[in-house]
Design a protein around this ligand. Structure first.
Ligand code: COA
Ligand code: MG
Length: 291
């Protein structure tokens, strides 16, 4: 298993065929959904199915579970049933305040204790999908040691904000920026939103590229066809790898001469670029590329 978290594939928790095949598509993480993809009539059945599946199979990728929101009658049962399965994280929808996260943290500690597993084993991903949640993004990201990442739930956010929906997501730019900033400031993973029109591969790729520019390092996806498109955008190209290597070589030469700055192909190279070059090489290595 690589150490990257580039793609999180949503899999409806009530769909046995999708559940059993979810890991074969190469996502870094699969996330079994008990919330919006599951109708009210199937909530209990989906929880049972995911529990049976995860108690029987060990998946060769990271595993998350999206539980129902705290103001629903399913939340407690979901958390109680899922924590003992030791998924990597629970993903909480409608995360609006630090208190939401602290309440979940306390409840998870209790479930871990009852299951006899070390406290803090299961992490939390917060989905922010309301105006209040975006306003509180940093407080949410720093509310608990368990927070692994925060992401935007774009469709619910648009509804809460009474936004008009555009294909390229202009209306959610501020929320994306704010969530990326809050995540980086808190040192947790910034997760980019779900692009639901999965047949539009060009629009999707442009959207992933734009998200990467904003600092996102992980994209939530809903269809297997979106996975390689995300990896292709996030993974460094051969050209970027070559450039990163050159940056390190010329910088070492500069340092040997007692200088902290040097030019490469007509552009100045200094410490921030060296740090980025090292990050590019580390990422390429983690994604399995020869460097
Ligand atoms: N997880 C696992 N497998 C998936 C999948 C997913 N999210 N989406 C599609 N597949 C599988 C299908 O089962 C099918 O497999 P098969 O060829 O072996 O039968 C294959 O990929 C091709 O699927 P396709 O026919 O193109 O799509 P579909 O009509 O079966 O499904 C969706 C379309 C949108 C219903 C489906 O992609 C999906 O359920 N996505 C996740 C939805 C979700 O969880 N939403 C909540 C979070 S926003
Ligand atoms: Mg929703």
């Amino acid at each position: 298993m690589n150490s990257l978290y580039r793609t999180m594939l949503f899999v409806p928790g009530n769909a046995p065929a999708k559940l059993t095949k979810a890991e074969i598509y190469g996502a870094d993480c699969v996330i079994f959904d008990l919330e919006d993809a599951v109708s009210v009539q199937e909530k209990d059945a989906a929880r049972d199915l995911v529990r049976t599946f995860l108690s029987t199979y060990h998946l060769d990728c990271r595993v998350g579970i999206r539980v129902n929101a705290q103001d629903t009658p399913y939340y407690e049962e979901d958390v109680k049933a899922m924590v003992p399965l030791k998924p990597d994280f629970l993903r909480l929808p409608k995360s609006e305040t630090a208190k939401n996260m602290q309440d979940l943290d306390v409840f998870m500690s209790q479930c871990e204790k009852e299951a006899g597993i070390p406290e803090g084993t299961v992490k939390i991903v917060a989905t922010i999908e309301t105006a209040l949640g975006v306003q509180n993004a940093f407080e949410i990201a720093t509310a608990s040691k368990r927070i692994l990442g925060i992401g935007l739930g774009a469709e619910d956010f648009r509804t809460d904000m009474r936004m008009t929906r555009s294909e390229d997501g202009q209306e959610i730019l501020y929320a994306r920026n704010r969530i990326s900033l809050a995540a980086h400031a808190a040192g947790v993973m910034p997760l980019d939103y779900v692009y639901s029109n999965f047949k539009n591969t060009e629009g999707f790729t442009a959207d992933v590229r734009f998200g990467k520019m904003l600092g996102f390092t992980c994209k939530s996806v809903i269809h297997p066809s979106q996975i390689p498109l995300v990896h292709a955008v996030y993974d460094p190209t051969e050209k970027e790898i070559e450039h990163a290597k050159q940056v390190l070589v010329v910088y070492d030469q500069a340092m040997a001469k007692g200088s902290g700055v040097i030019a490469l192909n007509g552009k100045m190279i200094d410490m921030p670029m060296v740090t980025r070059a090292k990050a590019v090489l580390a990422y390429a290595k983690a994604s399995g590329k020869e460097i």
